[in-house]
Ligand binder design. Structure first.
Ligand code: PEP
Length: 255
């Protein structure tokens, strides 16, 4: 069966000390309270990753992720960080294609395809985000938008490469807004994503693909969202900054 994953995206929040303290709380709570085989991922700012990597090494099902990397392997790219560099401090996952990076940093599908290649080349797993804006939902254009994002960002991969990709459906209108897609709205898109993956890579790979939901998920709505057949976990922004809220979301998968 495909893996259930709950990933936190801290974005540009928390100083170093605050980040280490929150992560330590999460690691301890996971050790004490998580009884399923769900995977927990914390995507922290670059400056935290080295220390969090050492803490994560003590916890079997807690991993760390980066929120971005540069597409080149190394070189004269002042201010950038490579996939090999984040790998060297224990990172296993990298968020790519987050709507904030698409909107504020002009990241295109073509650039994201290059970043996906860079991440996979290091043996890391991309958490590849796709999702429509409010206007695209209101104009009923969202299936086409999502298909284009998949085709442009990850469908150039071989089946073996694609098997390492985690997808995250994040309707842009639900991110950080307190508006959540209803379980039915989210399930409809997740089923469409899985069908689209099946059409490209076959039913077996589609069935194994973890597809996360992201967009104002919290301890109150996570159970109904994660109960949907094609929702395999969450990418959690705001609620991942509070250890208790994050853990309650993780524990939805306790079996
Ligand atoms: C996100 O930024 O990936 C996200 C889902 O944020 P939030 O949970 O705050 O909506």
């Amino acid at each position: 069966m495909r893996k259930n994953i709950v990933a936190g995206n801290w974005k540009m929040n928390l100083n170093f000390e605050e980040g280490v303290s929150l992560f330590s709380e999460i690691v301890n709570m996971v050790k004490d309270e998580v009884i399923g085989d769900q995977e927990v991922v914390v995507c922290a700012p670059f400056i935290h990753l080295s220390t969090l990597g050492k803490l994560a090494a003590t916890a079997a099902n807690v991993h760390i992720g980066a929120q971005n990397v540069h597409q080149a392997e190394a070189g004269a790219y002042t201010g950038e960080v490579s996939a090999a560099q984040v790998k060297s401090v224990g990172v296993n996952y990298v968020i790519l294609g987050h709507s904030e990076r698409r909107a504020y940093f002009g990241e295109t599908d073509a650039l994201l395809a290059d970043k996906t290649n860079a991440v996979l080349k290091q043996g890391l797993r991309p958490i590849f985000c796709i999702g429509e804006t409010k206007e695209e939902r209101e104009s009923n254009n969202f299936f086409a938008v999502i298909k284009t994002q998949l085709e442009g960002g990850v469908f150039h991969l071989s089946a073996t490469e694609f098997a390492e990709v985690v997808l995250a459906y994040e309707p842009v209108w639900a991110i950080g807004t307190g508006l959540t897609a209803s379980p039915e709205q989210a399930q409809e898109v997740h089923a469409f994503i899985r069908e689209t993956v099946a059409a490209k890579y076959g039913a077996e790979i589609a069935d194994q693909t973890t597809i996360l939901y992201g967009g104002s998920a919290n301890p109150s709505n996570a159970s109904t969202l994660f109960a949907q057949p094609d929702i395999d976990g969450g990418l959690i922004g705001g609620a991942s900054l509070k250890s208790r809220d994050f853990l309650e979301i993780v524990k939805v998968f306790n079996k």
